[in-house]
Design a protein around this ligand. Structure first.
Ligand SMILES: Nc1ncnc2c1ncn2[C@@H]1O[C@H](COP(=O)(O)OP(=O)(O)O)[C@@H](O)[C@H]1O
Ligand SMILES: C[C@H](O)[C@H](O)[C@@H](O)C(=O)COP(=O)(O)O
Ligand SMILES: [Mg+2]
Length: 472
């Protein structure tokens, strides 16, 4: 009897419900629902609209019913690091504040007064991003200590949605590691670290692995939806699910290309050496206790903001076409400069950077877009060199997955600047990895090796080779 699993993948720019099932040995997908996700200002904080997002999940499930589809399971993945705190009555004490809120400015440095940066890296193996959960919680402790005193539950965004579906409160492993509060070796919440920061460790829940069958829906949800199903934990960190889908892991580097670009390799142990620290690589948890050795790059967030600055006048495809026509424009920016994390106006900020670095200012939309794509390709090249230096080997291929793999100009740029073969696809890598974990939990797929073989057979990837003149 065919099993049907629903993946809920909510990235920083959009969410989608995608139905997945096996047919003739291939993984088939059917998009059920898609919705926008964006940051809004609430009480002077940049927040996600968590209630609206949960309603969109239910809207998608209602659509399933209208299509006569009763999924056997559902799995939710979202962006990392962000969370909600619940009080003793399981009522939210906080909004779902976004990692782009400046409340964490300066917090990392204050945390280093309690634990040396090097020690924190050795214990957790997690990259230093000023928006990591550890710094968000420290900010709450500094500015609203009463909130932390009342907090009885810490739930990351997918954990929170799972709680709303089932009434069960757990923390899923891959996303928990992104907090920089999980010990890379014990794979548990680091009690000593939490104590040293004065953060109440009792509010953290048991860490559960991907493929855990959490529960059935709550009675309330069954009543509302008219059907029941299993709630399964995929790799609830979206990039953790995306990496499951990378068709070829050996000898290849992946770029999970969405709002963020996450560039790295799959590994079987944490690499916490000084060079990895200096280059700010992370060891986020993966499926089956693997590690995602990767680093964050500002990503297509920049072109999303450019598009918004142009009042959504142009599609992403049109921006790419215009960038192609700006062939002679050569200025590039350091996309990882903090100024690009949440600027008032991305176009103005890019121009300011070019001014500050005595480069030509991008004026036309095509020049702005080209500057973004050239700049991303340039920093990818640096990251590839850093990875090869740390692993002391050359990687032959780069797999670009996620929405950004549709950017054919950027794919070709990556091949040209790195001199490597680029394989682009699958677009919905995150949802595919989410579904694969659910089908493994349901016994439809044996293990990750089989899952990757099915995914490779099921989805086309488009190949890009370096332009000939580059290779000569
Ligand atoms: N047709 C297209 N051509 C070029 N780029 C595209 C196209 N469609 C989507 N993209 C890129 O994909 C990005 C969204 O990727 P996605 O993985 O959906 O992001 P997230 O999961 O972070 O919301 C967009 O910001 C855009 O840059
Ligand atoms: C803030 C985190 O680094 C971010 O969530 C990243 O880990 C990630 O998963 C981004 O996924 P998108 O689909 O939003 O690009
Ligand atoms: Mg995504």
């Amino acid at each position: 009897m065919t099993k049907y699993s629903i993946a809920v993948d909510i990235g920083a720019s959009s969410g989608r419900l995608i139905l997945g099932y096996l047919e003739d040995g291939l993984l088939k997908l059917k998009e059920i629902h898609r919705f926008e996700n964006k940051i809004v200002k609430k009480d002077e904080l940049f927040c996600w609209e968590a209630d609206k997002l949960f309603q969109e999940i239910k809207n998608g499930l209602h659509k399933c019913m209208q299509m006569g589809i009763k999924p056997d399971s559902i799995g939710i993945d979202t962006w990392a690091v962000d969370f909600v705190l619940l009080d003793e009555n399981d009522k939210p004490l906080t909004e779902a504040v976004s990692y782009r809120d400046p409340r964490t400015d300066g917090m990392m440095e204050q945390v280093f007064d309690h634990i040396m940066k090097e020690r924190l890296y050795l214990e957790t193996g997690i990259q230093f991003q000023k928006f990591n959960t550890i710094y968000q919680l420290y900010s709450i402790k500094q500015n609203s200590p009463e909130v932390l005193e009342k907090a009885k539950s810490f739930l990351m965004i997918p954990d929170y949605f799972n709680y709303l579906l089932t009434g069960k409160k757990v923390n899923e492993y891959t996303n928990a590691t992104s907090t920089q509060l999980v010990n890379a070796f014990t794979k548990k919440w680091d009690a000593q670290l939490l104590d040293s920061l004065g953060i109440n460790k009792e509010m953290f829940h048991e860490i559960k692995m991907p493929k855990t069958i959490l529960s059935n829906l709550s009675e309330e949800l069954i009543g509302e939806l008219g059907f029941d199903m299993k709630v399964i934990l995929p790799a609830t960190h979206d990039t953790g699910s995306a990496v499951i889908s990378v068709p070829e892991q050996d000898d290849s580097i992946y770029i999970s290309s969405g709002t963020w670009s996450l560039i790295g390799v799959e590994n079987y142990f944490p690499i916490c050496i000084t060079k990895a620290l200096d280059y700010n690589f992370t060891n986020e948890g993966g499926i089956d206790y693997r590690y995602r050795f990767l680093k964050n790059i500002m990503g297509l967030w920049m072109i999303q903001e450019v598009r918004r600055n142009y009042q959504d006048l142009y599609s992403f495809a049109e921006l790419v076409d215009m960038a192609r026509s700006a062939e002679s424009f050569k200025s590039i920016v350091d996309v990882n400069d903090d100024r690009f994390l949440k600027p008032e106006n991305m176009i103005a900020e890019i121009r300011n950077y070019c001014q500050d670095t005595n480069q030509m200012l991008p004026i036309a939309p095509g020049e702005v877009a080209k500057c973004v794509f050239d700049s991303l390709a340039a920093i990818y090249k640096v990251a590839v060199a850093e990875i090869e230096e740390i692993f002391e080997k050359k990687f032959q291929k780069i797999n670009v997955i996620g929405g950004g793999c549709q950017n054919e100009m950027l794919n070709q740029l990556i091949a040209d600047v790195t001199g490597k073969e680029v394989n682009a696809g699958p677009v919905e890598a995150t949802a595919i990895g989410n579904i694969a974990a659910q089908l493994m939990a349901l016994g439809e797929i044996g293990d990750i090796k089989e899952a990757r073989s099915i995914i490779k057979d099921s989805f086309e990837v488009k190949k890009y080779v370096p332009a000939q003149h580059i290779l000569n």
